[in-house]
Design a binder for this molecule. Structure first.
Ligand code: ASP
Length: 340
């Protein structure tokens, strides 16, 4: 009798312990946040129809990422899925619908970082890769390098059998018109290139940050860069630490805005460093960098940020930023303008 009792309590303890383990392994809350670019986005220059198109596409993208997280997929898979919905849409400056260079072509940049172990991959200046974010992930997982550029990146993609498209695949009428306007402005004012407001930039880069059920953060960003860019210009989006950063110890960030500033102020890494060293919240760190570091020096744009508990913030110092999130409670929100 005594032995039977002992055995029962042993089994009970083993059961409880197993249950407890199940709770700490694979039971982190899940959450995801995306952006579709920041800039001079306001109600006055947006038709109702266009606004609905943006809201619907943002919702589709965030749901695609969240559905994967809910099935137990990694935050890498979720960020890629969300970004690919936007890369395939002409509404955003990434993949199809990417902005034009001064010469009238498209050069795409993308990067991804895994918070679990700080692995990262990036591509810059690629011209024929349908999904630059997928190639960035391949650089991370299938090469010994972090960043590949131009022709070399394309050759690497070919060696893996990546889907290639002609550069004209990325064409869109709206972006072409934007290029003509930008060139006009540049003709009149040679300094316009360094002032995104003069060129009326709506940045339109896309990004995603997610936390998966194993507690791993990931951040990813994909872009066509800036309208009328020249000479092989590369922005912040493929630069780890500037446009993209993730570390489970602190936070994960994807940025959008005037890349030259985001590179010089090392924006994504700076936000996470503040979380790690100053013990401020990710939201406080992001607000500080966007409003008190970047804005005073003329650095326009915004970020999406998530900490390792799944807390989300989306500060920007422009009129608007396309954004959407599904938080740890499963609450969906979609925003465009400043006051939402
Ligand atoms: N940050 C991007 C770049 O400078 C532009 C953007 O966010 O739309 O290339």
């Amino acid at each position: 009798m005594k032995n039977a009792l002992l055995l029962t309590s042993f089994c009970f303890l083993a059961f409880v312990q197993q249950g407890a383990m199940a709770e700490t392994t694979g039971q982190s809350p899940i959450a995801i946040v995306i952006h579709g670019g920041a800039g001079t986005i306001n109600r006055a220059n947006m038709s109702e129809e266009r606004e609905q198109q943006y809201r619907a596409k943002l919702e589709q993208a965030i749901k695609a990422g969240h559905a994967l997280l809910a099935q137990g997929a990694s935050s890498l898979d979720a960020t890629i899925a969300a970004i690919q919905v936007m890369e395939e849409s002409e509404l955003f400056n990434a993949g199809k619908g990417a902005v034009y260079t001064y010469e009238g072509a498209h050069e795409l940049d993308a990067s991804i970082m895994w918070g679990k172990n700080r692995q990262a991959g990036a591509v810059a200046g690629v011209k024929t890769i349908k999904s630059p974010i997928a190639l960035a992930r391949a650089v991370m997982e299938k090469s010994d390098h972090v960043m590949l550029s131009g022709r070399g990146a394309e050759t690497f993609a070919e060696s893996l059998g990546f889907e290639k498209v002609p550069n004209t695949y990325f064409d869109s009428d709206a972006r072409f018109e934007q290029l003509q306007k930008a060139k006009e402005t540049l003709k009149l004012d040679k300094t316009a290139q360094s002032d995104p407001l003069l060129l009326d930039y709506k940045f339109g880069t896309v990004g995603a940050v997610a936390l998966d059920k194993n507690g791993n953060l990931a951040a990813a960003t994909s872009t066509g860069g800036m309208t009328a860019k020249r000479w092989g210009r590369i922005g912040d989006s493929p630069v780890i630490g500037a446009g993209t950063f993730a570390d489970n110890q602190s936070c994960a960030v994807s940025a959008t805005g005037h890349g030259e500033y985001f590179i010089r102020y090392n924006v994504a890494a700076d936000i996470c460093a503040r979380v790690a060293y100053q013990k401020v919240t990710a939201a406080q760190a992001a607000d500080e960098v966007i409003h008190n570091v970047l804005k005073p020096v003329g650095g326009t744009g915004g970020v999406i940020v998530m900490d390792n508990k799944g807390n989300i913030s989306q500060p920007f110092n422009t009129q608007g930023m396309y954004r959407a999130s599904i938080d740890t409670q499963g609450k969906l929100s979609v925003g465009i303008y400043g006051e939402e």
